[in-house]
Design a protein. Structure first.
Ligand SMILES: NC(=O)C1=CN([C@@H]2O[C@H](COP(=O)(O)OP(=O)(O)OC[C@H]3O[C@@H](n4cnc5c(N)ncnc54)[C@H](OP(=O)(O)O)[C@@H]3O)[C@@H](O)[C@H]2O)[C@@H](O)CC1
Ligand SMILES: [K+]
Length: 525
């Protein structure tokens, strides 16, 4: 895009060239250009002078900082020469006025400074000394218990760091101090891959302005983000609401709008009849977990199709469910012992947990994909069977929800070169095949047929344990059966699955967390 466009033009550029509809209001992730346009639009339309907006940002950061760090911890603020550096100088002034022990450094990597940097430089100079870092000798020794505030480079990063900036970043990274990045770690691109040997601040915390950045969502960037927090600086809501984006971040606020309240006159028929195809000899636990999770998600009725060896297991462990044994003792073949399965009876169908990859099960899956008239939830071994027989991808009913973990997604597509490459693959796969794809992991990413990606905000590493995926499949099938559309079901189900995991982790820690605990901790109010 032409750099000379002003904020209004950028606004209409994105409004006319990004055709993705948004069904419900979620927190957006904007790209660097859009973020810049958002700042500019706020400045012109609020209106607010740029220097006052910078003061607002510095105040919001300082409020966050003072709520967490005591005055007795010495602070070293490292500033660059752009507006991120300007923020740093303003923060140094605000903290000094609050009687924090502050040392300020300006990393002089270029001859030019931004206007708002210069303004804040003059103001700070009146009340405190400022040191300059021009070569390595000027870099101070940073000690334990000190806090470094990193304001060297922000969203204006345009190239890989080098020279004195690189040396300062290295010194900060090798120090024992706690590091807090202002807006984004210096050297980290907000929405593009960094080169292989880039020098980037590795903060303990990132305090970012207004909206999270795409880089915060990616596992490979986590060492350059740390624990991140968004602070509100009142940038234009109009611009944020009306600027289309393909990336969203799901938080509790948005989930509240998605959840449908129950009417006291409803009966079990109102919440749908779900069917799960799950289990095989030695993997019946997956069927039990998916079934229980489906019931805990509010489904009206549940039937479970299992191999004969699983019949007694389901009947005793999940008495609420009806059980239909397959003709085969150990695996699913689709040959029901009781009757031909009438798929049209079911409001939603889930397939995959613990089914194994036997040829007869492949035959069942193939028939299911072509007979099902509505979206399915497809997980685990069903995904592996599809990956081994890629011609099946085209047969998956449109808007089905697939829930691969990264390895399963790689089998369905190819190895990726970076997390950004992976995001592109995910979006293309979902769009091309008209599917909803939940890529599981930290900040699970949900890609939809219309090209949008929703990142989840709940969940914890304790959930990387056997059976949690089966629980998710049960939840999603239960939500589809209740009439949530597939995107809503995926966004809501992934969020609540993660939130239940967080409740367990809060009560008993992450290490001992089990899939069963997640089921027991599900709450929908
Ligand atoms: N706009 C607003 O209203 C608000 C903005 N806010 C704050 O502003 C920040 C963005 O500020 P910014 O745009 O001035 O960019 P910033 O990152 O400080 O540096 C740009 C300078 O660095 C240079 N440079 C680039 N890469 C380099 C490298 N590798 N090594 C060395 N130099 C490099 C680059 O040079 P150039 O690319 O022009 O050659 C340019 O001179 C944002 O993160 C937030 O903190 C808040 O106050 C809220 C209100
Ligand atoms: K920074």
């Amino acid at each position: 895009m032409d750099e000379r466009l002003d904020a209004d033009e950028v606004f209409s550029y994105f409004a006319t060239t990004t055709p993705y509809p948004v069904n419900f209001s979620l927190m957006k992730i904007l790209n660097v250009e859009q973020t810049r346009a958002l700042d500019q639009y706020t400045i012109e339309h609020e209106p607010v002078a740029p220097i006052n907006l910078m003061e607002r940002a510095a105040q919001a950061f300082t409020d966050w900082y003072t709520a967490r760090f005591d005055k007795d911890r010495p602070v070293r603020v490292f500033c660059g020469l752009g507006n991120n550096g300007g923020d740093g100088l303003a923060i140094a002034r605000l903290l000094t006025q609050l009687e924090y022990k502050v040392q300020t450094y300006v990393v002089r990597y270029a001859p030019r400074e931004s206007e708002d940097f210069m303004h804040n430089h003059r103001r700070l100079k009146l009340i405190a000394p400022i040191s300059y870092i021009e070569n390595e000798r000027d870099i101070p020794v940073i000690r334990n218990r000190e806090v470094v505030i990193d304001a060297i480079l922000g969203s204006g990063l345009s190239r890989t760091t080098e020279g004195i900036v690189q040396s300062a970043i290295d010194a900060i990274n090798h120090s024992p101090a706690t590091v807090v990045a202002v807006d984004i770690a210096s050297g980290l691109f907000a929405d593009a891959a960094n080169g292989p040997n880039a020098t980037i601040i590795q903060p303990d915390y990132t305090v970012t302005f207004q909206l999270p950045k795409l880089a915060f969502m990616l596992p490979s960037q986590s060492q350059y983000v740390g624990e991140w927090h968004v602070v509100d600086i009142n940038l234009s809501r109009t611009f944020m609401d009306r600027t289309p984006t393909t990336y969203f971040y799901t938080t509790e606020r948005e989930i509240r709008h998605l959840l449908r309240p129950r009417n006291r006159f409803s009966h079990k028929g109102s919440f749908g009849h779900a069917l799960l195809f799950a289990g095989s000899y030695g993997k019946m636990g997956a069927a039990v977990l998916a079934s229980r999770a489906c019931l805990r998600s509010g489904v009206g009725l549940l039937s479970v199709q299992v191999p004969r060896c699983g019949y007694d297991i389901i009947q005793t462990t999940v008495p609420e469910a009806m059980c239909q044994p397959d003709g085969h003792q150990h695996i699913l073949t689709g040959q029901s012992e009781l009757e031909e399965i009438d798929l049209s009876k079911y409001a939603a169908i889930g397939v995959g947990p613990g089914i194994g990859t036997a040829p007869e099960t492949l035959a069942m899956l193939t028939k299911l994909l072509s007979d099902a008239q509505k979206p399915l939830v497809i997980d685990a071994d069903a995904l592996n069977l599809i990956a081994q027989n890629r011609e099946l991808i085209a047969k998956i009913p449109k808007n089905s929800i697939l829930t691969p973990h990264p390895k399963e997604f790689e089998r369905l597509t190819r190895r990726w070169t970076s997390d950004y490459d992976k995001l592109g693959l995910l979006r293309d796969f979902a769009q091309r095949n008209r599917l909803v794809v939940v890529l599981k992991g930290a900040h699970s990413a949900i890609a939809t047929a219309d090209g949008t990606t929703h990142f989840n905000s709940t969940g914890n590493p304790g959930m990387s344990t056997g059976g949690t995926g089966d629980v998710l499949t049960g939840i999603l099938t239960g939500l589809l059966a209740q009439g949530y559309d597939p995107v809503e079901a995926a966004v809501l189900g992934v969020f609540e699955h993660g939130r239940a995991g967080d409740r367990v982790a809060n009560q008993r820690g992450q290490i001992g967390l089990t899939a069963q605990d997640i089921i027991e901790s599900l709450r929908w109010d």
